[in-house]
Design a protein around this ligand. Structure first.
Ligand code: SAM
Length: 217
């Protein structure tokens, strides 16, 4: 729990993060900016990393994984064109940070993490912070969650060599799949929109994510 002085410090670091790293780089979605100004990013990293929590880079979260740079989180969520009543699947819960932002913006979020220790920590933090519309599932998210499909949007926070077919199948018509596609060292962030049942792919910027490890492609 933060002391009042710590809370003020983190609130002000978060406002600066939103202004300098997001608004000044062209993020204009006000609902997204407000959500990122509300979610206490430092709560999702170990206390020893609190000083780095609002920096302009990924932060280690254990098990060799990271919580992504704030700007790339914002880009992925902007590209997903989220609406308040959407049901969303996230693949790669990691710390639970991106799921918390999603929980602020949509009606229901399912997030899958292959590392059970990370999934357990994410579940605990999200519950402590009062997010009741997030379900954290341990497993292989490249297979999606057919029991909760179809989804308005699917956000994949790890890099795949190609589009995982099970994820595309679990999109609603008009749904958006946001996913880094490419080689392990560098990928392109792509939006795949289900249009008359077929994928329409739009490539966006270069990015570098940890690999998606699974059986779905
Ligand atoms: N969204 C996370 C956050 O807010 O902290 C950061 C995600 S981190 C960049 C990528 C995560 O994807 C890692 O935690 C990794 O273990 C997970 N991952 C990789 N392959 C996976 C799979 N097939 N299913 C579920 N999670 C996977």
């Amino acid at each position: 729990m933060d002391s009042p002085t710590q809370k003020d410090k983190f609130d002000s670091l978060r406002r600066l993060m939103v202004q300098r790293q997001l608004r000044e780089r062209g993020i204009r979605d006000e609902r997204l900016l407000e959500a990122m100004e509300r979610v206490p990013r430092h709560e999702f990293v170990d206390r020893s990393k609190w000083d780095e929590a609002y920096s302009d880079h990924p932060v280690p979260i254990g098990s060799g994984q990271t919580v992504s740079q704030p700007f790339i989180v914002a880009e992925m969520l902007r590209l997903a064109e989220l609406k308040p009543m959407d049901v969303v699947l996230e693949v790669g819960a990691g710390s639970g940070y991106e799921a918390a932002i999603l929980a602020e913006m949509v009606s229901q979020i399912y997030t899958v993490e292959r590392h059970s220790d990370l999934a357990a920590t994410a579940r605990e933090i999200l519950s402590r912070l009062g997010y009741s519309n997030v379900m954290v599932v341990t497993g292989d998210g490249s297979l999606g969650l057919p029991e909760f499909a179809p989804f308005d949007a699917i956000i994949v926070a790890a890099a795949a060599p190609r589009i995982p077919e099970p994820l595309f199948k679990q999109l609603k018509e008009g749904g958006r799949l946001v996913i880094p596609i490419g080689a392990p060292e560098m990928q392109i962030l792509e939006v795949v929109r289900k249009t008359d049942g077929d994928p329409v792919v739009t490539p966006y910027e270069r990015c570098s994510f940890v690999p998606l490890i699974g059986a779905g492609f």
